[in-house]
Design a protein around this ligand. Structure first.
Ligand SMILES: *Cc1c(COP(=O)(O)O)cnc(C)c1O
Length: 360
């Protein structure tokens, strides 16, 4: 087996230990004589797998009892519409912070259901920082305040939880959930697609305070109703059972890494090394305000941008793959989620030095 270092933003690298365990358990899950893929979602074996995954997630994030944990489909993108459909109630507006491409997509979708009020926008500066809190303009009559804790494409990450001026706080945590401890009680709702930091594509986690649900807009499809999912244990219909099981294996692996506190220390070390290498060289640059640099997604440019394609191709030849930036922004980007080994970051830094010697 030859494993490469996969710097893809998503679907992204998974812990090798998880893949090996899945392989071992694939044809015969714990003496049942069948694969998890073949089990009824209502049978006792799968129900136990699903309940264990929820219990582990609750433990890892210390989720308070008054929060529901839902396992849904449709990706984080479906949440861009499910959030307003379920949380607007009798309100006509919601507040959004505009910090990058993903928050922009959330705003665009919310605008189909309500007046999406932009509290502040980082667009004029090219999404390289978060506008200072003193400039944020909240609308007190709004139903909630939405922000994106880590802009996966732009590489901008909040280092703490923003104040929401008393509005229920809603967060798209798709690309940094479980990378650091977070006080869930500060939030009304957190959502995250699994394929960045929690598992393969196909499942989305929603953590929502119970009192916020049950006021769905008229005409909302059953599959878009949080309350209906909550009342049915996220099994309104057939869930993506195998992906749910793999998510559970990732959570189990994370517990063995010392949970979110343990992995945070590891993530800080990896990110600091990579930014230090970029900053130490005049050949590489990262445009993000240091106070908001992402620990998960590190975009960078070369002094000679015409060599970026060659950089990505040569890196791939060294087993360092998927370093191209998002098609909408170009440049290069290294995604270094929980599952990226420190050795992968070391190998990238060594390759960068070699490339600079050759082309710099
Ligand atoms: C990837 C991503 C999304 C979109 O996720 P899908 O599962 O493809 O719908 C939304 N928000 C953020 C922050 C992301 O990183």
């Amino acid at each position: 087996m030859t494993r490469i270092y996969n710097f893809s933003a998503g679907p992204s690298i998974l812990p090798e230990a998880v893949l090996l365990r899945a392989q071992e358990e694939m044809p015969d899950w714990r003496g049942t004589g069948m694969s998890v893929m073949e089990m009824s979602h209502r049978g006792k074996h799968f129900v136990a797998i699903a309940e264990q995954a929820e219990a582990d997630l609750r433990e890892l994030l210390a989720i308070p009892a008054e929060y529901k944990v839902l396992f849904l489909q449709g990706g984080a993108t479906a949440q861009f519409s499910m959030v307003p459909m379920n949380l607007l109630g009798d309100k006509r507006s919601a507040c959004y912070l505009d910090t990058g491409i993903w928050s922009g997509k959330a705003i665009e979708e919310a605008s189909r259901y309500c007046e999406a009020r932009i509290v502040a926008s980082a667009r004029p500066g090219g999404f390289t920082t978060v506008p200072p809190r003193g400039e944020w303009q909240f609308a007190p009559e709004a139903a909630y305040f939405h922000y994106t804790s880590n802009e996966t494409i732009n590489g901008v990450e909040f280092q703490d939880i923003p104040d929401s001026a008393g509005l229920p706080l809603v967060c798209d945590m798709s690309s940094n959930i479980l990378s650091r401890p977070v006080d869930v009680s500060r939030f009304g709702l957190i959502y995250a697609g699994a394929q960045k930091n929690m598992g393969p594509a196909g499942i989305t986690v929603v953590i929502v305070r119970e009192d916020l649900i049950g006021k769905t807009l008229a005409g909302t499809p059953t599959m878009f109703d949080y309350k209906k999912h909550a009342d049915n244990g996220s099994m309104l219909n057939t869930p993506p059972t195998y992906v749910w099981y793999l998510l559970g294996l990732v959570l189990d692996w994370l517990k063995q890494q010392g949970g979110v506190t343990g992995i945070e220390a590891y993530n800080v070390r990896k990110a600091q090394k990579l930014y230090a290498a970029i900053d130490a060289s005049a050949y590489y640059s990262n445009p993000i305000d240091p106070a908001f640099r992402s620990r998960m997604n590190v975009p960078f440019r070369l002094a000679d941008a015409s060599l970026e394609k060659i950089f990505a191709a040569e890196a791939a030849g060294h087993g360092l793959v998927a370093l191209e930036g998002h098609r909408s922004v170009g440049g290069l980007r290294a995604s270094i989620y929980n599952a990226m080994p420190e050795a992968g970051v070391d190998a990238l830094i060594a390759f960068m030095a070699e490339f600079e010697r050759k082309h710099g």
